[in-house]
Design a binder for this molecule. Structure first.
Ligand code: S3P
Length: 172
């Protein structure tokens, strides 16, 4: 697999709560590649401000610009496994960069799985609304046709994470 990848990275895309960070970390370990999480790198680049703090202080457009720059920079180095935030792949320039430097994998989960997983964590500013459920429905409708441009699609569902990691490896 590594020789087939060449110098390309692996980039995980998909909605909040589909397991991009968890699966990405394990996939990287299996392949002996470095794992990077774009959300974490954005926080580091902002002197440790959390994503909700960045949204609250600077607003979403500012966050999106920073996110695009961070992802571009992370893809400049050697091959890595990179987990991206759920909105990153929506930007055309970011999709083009990912296509040039990496193989992309869409971790696809259905609405119920996403709702169950994001309910456990309060760190998604986009879901701090009166109707998080409706927001997920709306975001999925907007985003799924775009996520579908990823090179590979893997169903993220309630099976052990390692099984999904193996499916990613088989698909690569
Ligand atoms: C976002 C997803 C989050 C984070 C930010 C915005 C989105 O990342 O980047 O809260 O637009 O879907 P995760 O997908 O890792 O939760």
């Amino acid at each position: 697999i590594l020789s087939a990848l060449g110098a390309r990275s692996i980039v995980l895309v998909g909605m909040m709560g589909v397991g991009k960070s968890t699966i990405g970390r394990r996939l990287a370990a299996r392949l002996g590649l470095r794992f990077l999480d774009a959300d974490v790198e954005i926080e580091v680049a902002h002197a440790g401000m959390s994503i909700p703090e960045i949204f609250a202080t600077h607003g979403e457009p500012y966050f999106r610009d920073g996110e695009a720059r961070v992802i571009a920079r992370l893809l400049e180095g050697g091959p890595v496994v990179l987990a991206t935030g759920g909105g990153a792949f929506m930007r055309e320039e970011t999709r083009a960069r990912i296509a040039a430097k990496a193989i992309s994998i869409w971790l696809k989960a259905d609405h119920d799985v996403i709702m169950r997983r994001v309910r456990r964590r309060a760190d998604r500013p986009l879901l701090q609304t009166a109707d998080p459920e409706g927001t997920v429905t709306r975001l999925l409708a907007q985003r799924e046709p775009v996520y579908a441009n990823a090179d590979l699609t893997i169903a993220s569902r309630d099976v052990p994470h390692d099984r999904i990691v193996e499916e990613c490896i088989e698909a690569l």
